[in-house]
Design a protein around this ligand. Structure first.
Ligand code: ADP
Ligand code: ZN
Length: 744
C-alpha cells in the first residue's frame, strides 16, 4: 500500500505558516500545484493554495483536504517563485500574497448556510460564446462576393477581429454574406468565449507607427538591443512631457511582439483613460487586456482568463497588473514611474514599480521606467549604474517649453492674482483654452469660528473639515464624515463661521465672476465620481466646448490638450506642508507636470505660478525647468538626512480604538525592536513611537515607529525576528510597511 500524498498549502490568513494536508485517494490526481483546495481549518472550511507535494511524508495526524476547486492551474512555477519573493520582501504571509495576486472574481465564497455547518459554494462567473470574424490574407478570387459582402469585408479588415453581433448591429442581417465570405476564404470564423469588454463602446481608428526623431530612435535602439539579447535590462526613459515616450513604448512593444514575446504595461490608475488605451488599440488592434479598478469582479476575471489562456499579448493595467498571469514577458513598461499610486496602501503594501524590476529580472525582460519627472530614487540609480538612462530632452517637433512667471502672493488675500487674471482674459479673448490648477478640492479649505477661533474638525480624525458650498456640507476627506454647513461652532456654539483658504469649488466661482461669459469646467474627485464623468469633462476640453478647466492634480496628468496655451497654478506650495520627506519631490513633480500642460499644440504656452514662497527650491526649479538642479539639491538633502535612496525604511503603524492600549502596544513594540536589535547586532535606527501625523483616523488612535537602515539585510533580519517574537493585543492592529510612501 502506498502512503498518502501530503501537500503544502498556503492559506490566506495573517499567519506566517505553510500548512500540511493529506490528499484522500479520490482526489490524488487533481491535487496538483497551482490549484485551490477546500481545506478544514479549525471548525471552518477555507480555500487554500496548493504549493506542492511536501518533501517529508512522515508528518502524522493530518487532516484530509475536502475538495479541489480548479481543473487548471492558476499560477505557474515562475509566478510562484515571484509570489514567494514578494512574501519574503514585504514580510507578508504567502497565502495573502497569492490571494492578492488572483482576481477577486475567482474566489469561491464559503458562507455559512442556515443549517449551521452546511456550506454554500458560489462559483465564479461563467462565460458566453460567440462567433468572431477575422480577415484572411488577400488572394485572387474565383468569384466576386457581392456589394454588401464587400462592405462587410472592409469592416472585418479594418477592425481585424469583429463579432457577429457587432456586424449585425451595423449591417442588419448578414449571415448569408458572412457564409459566402468564409467560403471564398476571405475571412475565417472563430468561435470563442466572449468577455465583458469595458471599452466596447469605443471604436478606434487604426494608427501607424510614427517616424521617430533622433532621440526616440536612440531610445528604441537601446531597448530593442536588450530585447534581442533576452536579458534583464532596466532602463529609465526620462523625457519631458510631450517628448514622445508613449511612441517609444508602442514601438518597443511592437519589437517584443515580433520576437514572440509579450508586454506588460503599468500606468497609474488615473492615467488608465480610454485616451491611453485607445492609442494601444489603434496601434495593435485586438489582443490587449485592460485591468483597472473600475472593472467589476466578473470583468476582471474575464480579463484575467484571457491573459492566462494566452489570448492577450499586451496587458495594460494599474498597479495590480504586476501580478497578471502573462507568460513569456519580453518587456515591462512602468509609465509615470514616480507616481505614488504604484504603492498599495493597505494589506500587501507592495510597490508595483519596484516589483516590475523584480519580475523583469525573473523573466529576463527589458524593464522601461518612464517619466517626465522621475523619482529621486531612479535618478540616483542611473548615477550608480543600476538603471540605464535614456533621455528624450526635446518635445516632439521642437515645441518650446512654456514661459513660466512666478508671482509672489505674500501679503495678498485674493485667490487669483492680477497677473493671472489678465492672462486668463487675454487667453479667453484669443479663443484659446486655459487650465487653472489648485491641489485642494472643496470651497473653502475650512471654516473657522469667529468667536473662539477654532476650526471645524472631524470628530473621528484629527483633520479639519473641508467646506463644500454646493453640497452645503463640511466634509472629512478621510472618513467622509459630513455636517450641514455653515452651521454653528461645535466648541462654543458661535453662529459665525468664516471661510479660510480656497478650494477648487471656490476658484471655479471666482473665475465665473472674473469671466462671466467663459465656459468653465471643474475636475476633481467631487465632479468625477459618476461613471464616465471624467471622460465627459475631457471630451468637452478636447472638442473645444469649454474655455477653462479648473481642477486638482487630476488635471495635471497625462492629458494632451493642444489648445491649452495658459496654465495657472494657485497656491503652488499646497503640497509642501506635508510632514513627509518626499514633500519637495512631490511638489516639484506636480508643478512640472502642470506646467507641461501648457502649449502642447503649435502655439507656445505660458504659465503663471502663484506661490507664497517663491524662493523654495522645488518651486523655483519647476518654474525654471531646472530638473538637474532640483535632483542635485534633493539628493544632497536625502544624503544628509539619511533618507531613501541612502537608507531603507520600514514603518510600523499601531492603531486601535483605545488610546491607552495603542500607546502601550507601541511602547512594547519599540522595546522589543530595541532588544532584538542588540541581540542581532544589526545597525538599524529606531525612531519613535510617535503619534502619526493624522493621530486619529476613522475613530482609531494611531502611533508609528520608523525603522531606518543603511543596509537592507539588517533591516530585513530585524523585521523577521520581530515577526517571530511579537505578541500583539487583540484589540490593536499593527501593520508593517516596507519602503513606505505615505506616512501620514
Ligand atoms: P509623451 O508620452 O512623452 O508625453 P507622446 O508619445 O504622447 O509623448 O507624444 C506627444 C505627441 O507627439 C503625441 O500626439 C504623439 O502622437 C506625437 N508624436 C510622438 N512621436 C512623434 C514623432 N516621431 N513624429 C510625430 N509625432 C510624434
Ligand atoms: Zn474623519
Amino acid at each position: 500500500m502506498t502512503s498518502p500524498t501530503i501537500i503544502e498549502v498556503a492559506i490566506p490568513l495573517y499567519v506566517d505558516k505553510i500548512f500540511h494536508y493529506r490528499v484522500p485517494e479520490r482526489l490524488n490526481e487533481q491535487a496538483l500545484t497551482g490549484r485551490r483546495a477546500l481545506v478544514p481549518f479549525g471548525n471552518r472550511k477555507l480555500t487554500g493554495y496548493i504549493l506542492g507535494i511536501a518533501p517529508d511524508s512522515a508528518i502524522t495526524n493530518l487532516k484530509d483536504i475536502i475538495d479541489i476547486l480548479d481543473r487548471e492551474p492558476l499560477w505557474t512555477a515562475g509566478e510562484l517563485e515571484f509570489f514567494r519573493w514578494v512574501a519574503s520582501y514585504y514580510q507578508h504571509p504567502l497565502g495573502e500574497v497569492v490571494r492578492t495576486a488572483l482576481p477577486a472574481g475567482i474566489n469561491i465564497q464559503t458562507r455559512k448556510g442556515t443549517s449551521g455547518d452546511q456550506e454554500t459554494l458560489t462559483q465564479g462567473k461563467t462565460a458566453r460564446r460567440e462567433t468572431f470574424y477575422l480577415p484572411a490574407p488577400l488572394h485572387d478570387l474565383p468569384r466576386q462576393p457581392g456589394a454588401k459582402a464587400l462592405e462587410i469585408m472592409a469592416v472585418i479588415r479594418e477592425t481585424g477581429n469583429i463579432s457577429a453581433a457587432e456586424l449585425r448591429k451595423r449591417f442588419g442581417t448578414c449571415a448569408p454574406q458572412l457564409k459566402r465570405l468564409v467560403e471564398l476564404g476571405l475571412c475565417t470564423a472563430v468561435e470563442h468565449e466572449v468577455y465583458r469588454d469595458p471599452f466596447k463602446d469605443h471604436i478606434v481608428a487604426r494608427d501607424e507607427p510614427r517616424r521617430l526623431h533622433t532621440h526616440q530612435k536612440a531610445a528604441l535602439d537601446a531597448i530593442s538591443t536588450s530585447l534581442d539579447r533576452l536579458q534583464f535590462t532596466p532602463f529609465l526613459l526620462y523625457g519631458v512631457t510631450g517628448s514622445g515616450k508613449t511612441e517609444v513604448y508602442l514601438q518597443a512593444i511592437s519589437h517584443a511582439l515580433n520576437l514572440g514575446k509579450n508586454a506588460l504595461v503599468l500606468v497609474p490608475e488615473i492615467a488608465l483613460t480610454p485616451q491611453l488605451t485607445g492609442r494601444f488599440q489603434a496601434r495593435f488592434g485586438g489582443g490587449i487586456a485592460i485591468l483597472h479598478s473600475a472593472l467589476s469582479d466578473g470583468e476582471r476575471y474575464d480579463e484575467w482568463r484571457r491573459i492566462r489562456r494566452g489570448l492577450a499579448r499586451i496587458v495594460i493595467g494599474a498597479r495590480s497588473a504586476i501580478f497578471a498571469p502573462l507568460k513569456n514577458i519580453g518587456i515591462i513598461i512602468v509609465d509615470e514611474e514616480h507616481e505614488a499610486s504604484f504603492k498599495q496602501s493597505d494589506g500587501l503594501r507592495y510597490n508595483a514599480r519596484d516589483l516590475a524590476l523584480v519580475r523583469g529580472r525573473m523573466e529576463q525582460a527589458a524593464v522601461v521606467l518612464g517619466s517626465a519627472t522621475p523619482s529621486v530614487t531612479s535618478i540616483h540609480a542611473t548615477g550608480e549604474g543600476r538603471l540605464t538612462l535614456i533621455e528624450l530632452p526635446e518635445r516632439v517637433e521642437n515645441r518650446p517649453m512654456p514661459l513660466v512667471e512666478l508671482v509672489g502672493m505674500k501679503g495678498h488675500k485674493e485667490t487669483i492674482s492680477a497677473t493671472l487674471a489678465t492672462s486668463l482674459a487675454q487667453t479667453y479673448d484669443q479663443g484659446r483654452q486655459a487650465i487653472v490648477f489648485l491641489n485642494r478640492r472643496g470651497f473653502a479649505t475650512f471654516l473657522v469660528c469667529a468667536d473662539c477661533g477654532k476650526p471645524l474638525t472631524c470628530p473621528n480624525c484629527t483633520v479639519t473639515l473641508t467646506y463644500h458650498r454646493q453640497r452645503g456640507q463640511s466634509l472629512c476627506h478621510y472618513c467622509d464624515y459630513a455636517v450641514p454647513a455653515p452651521g454653528t461652532c461645535p466648541s462654543c456654539g458661535g453662529a459665525t463661521l468664516s471661510e479660510l483658504g480656497a478650494g477648487t469649488e471656490k476658484l471655479e466661482q471666482e473665475l465665473k465672476e472674473l469671466l462671466p461669459a467663459a465656459r468653465i469646467l471643474r475636475m476633481d474627485s467631487d465632479t468625477t465620481s459618476g461613471k464616465g464623468s471624467h471622460e465627459r469633462l475631457l471630451t468637452r476640453m478636447n472638442d473645444g466646448s469649454a474655455d477653462i478647466l479648473v481642477g486638482t492634480q487630476m488635471i495635471a496628468k497625462g492629458h494632451d490638450f493642444p489648445e491649452v496655451t495658459l496654465v495657472g497654478v494657485v497656491n503652488a506650495e499646497a503640497s509642501l506642508g506635508m510632514p513627509d520627506f518626499r514633500a519637495a519631490e512631490r511638489t516639484f513633480q506636480l508643478l512640472s507636470q502642470v506646467i507641461g500642460r501648457a502649449g502642447r499644440g503649435d502655439t507656445p504656452g505660458r504659465v503663471v505660478v502663484q506661490a507664497l514662497d517663491t524662493e523654495h527650491y522645488a518651486i523655483r526649479a519647476a518654474a525654471e525647468h531646472d530638473a538637474t538642479g532640483f535632483y542635485r539639491q534633493e539628493l544632497e538633502f536625502r544624503r544628509e538626512a539619511g533618507y531613501p535612496p541612502f537608507a531603507f525604511l520600514a514603518a510600523f503603524a499601531i492603531s486601535g480604538l483605545s488610546e491607552q492600549t495603542v500607546s502601550e502596544q507601541a511602547d512594547v513594540t519599540a522595546r522589543l525592536l530595541a532588544h532584538l536589535k542588540s541581540e542581532l547586532k544589526v545597525r538599524v535606527e529606531i525612531l519613535g513611537p510617535a503619534p502619526s501625523p493624522i493621530y486619529r483616523l476613522r475613530n482609531r488612535f494611531r502611533r508609528q515607529i520608523l525603522l531606518k537602515a543603511v543596509n537592507r539585510s539588517n533591516l530585513h533580519r530585524l523585521l523577521t525576528a520581530w515577526r517571530q517574537r511579537a505578541t500583539v493585543a487583540s484589540t490593536v492592529r499593527i501593520s508593517v510597511d516596507i519602503d513606505p510612501v505615505d506616512m501620514m
